[in-house]
Design a protein around this ligand. Structure first.
Ligand code: HEM
Length: 136
């Protein structure tokens, strides 16, 4: 297996974990809101969030490093879609580390958390679609 294939597999595995956690948080978790009182829900959310964050904290280091390595192979090609894909991918992977700060800042807006997660997930989907269009 070449280094290129190995790094690409790392990139795909880490993005799978990242998307998996965000999709769970966006589409599955909110269902618990209707089942439990607010206090219990917040406790569950906190517990799951802590575990998810501990995994993605490490995961995203490998996602970013593998992405940067792959990107380094295309520095001499002018590919607009690749730049957008890498740009959004980097913003999302790095934004993950400051999500708690963002959430705290907008805590007073009831709709913000759901909106933010949907936006985050949509951008992830755009990155995946761009990744397939950029070399087509
Ligand atoms: C949310 C974060 C990210 C997601 C969901 C994501 C997803 C993907 C996917 C699905 C591919 C296509 C692989 C293939 O078809 O073989 C890809 C390729 C690529 N990604 Fe990412 N990525 C993310 C972050 C990044 C970051 C942060 C960088 C750079 C710093 C990056 C750089 C690249 C490059 C250069 C390729 C092209 C690899 C090649 O085919 O040679 N990605 N990415």
């Amino acid at each position: 297996m070449t280094l290129y294939i190995f790094v690409k597999i790392v990139h795909l595995l880490t993005m799978t974990f990242f998307i998996g956690v965000v999709s769970f948080r966006t589409f599955i978790m909110p269902i618990l809101k209707s089942k439990y009182d607010k206090h219990t829900y917040l406790n569950i959310d906190k517990l799951i969030g802590l575990k998810a964050r501990s995994i993605i904290k490490i995961n995203n280091i490998f996602l970013i490093l593998s992405g940067l390595y792959l990107f380094s192979l295309y520095l001499d090609t002018a590919n607009f879609l690749l730049y957008i894909k890498v740009g959004i991918g980097l913003v999302l992977a790095l934004a993950f580390y400051i999500v708690p700060i963002i959430m705290k800042k907008f805590n007073h807006l009831k709709w913000f958390s759901q909106f933010f997660h949907h936006l985050f997930f949509s951008l992830m989907m755009i990155v995946v679609v761009l990744s397939q269009l950029m070399f087509a």
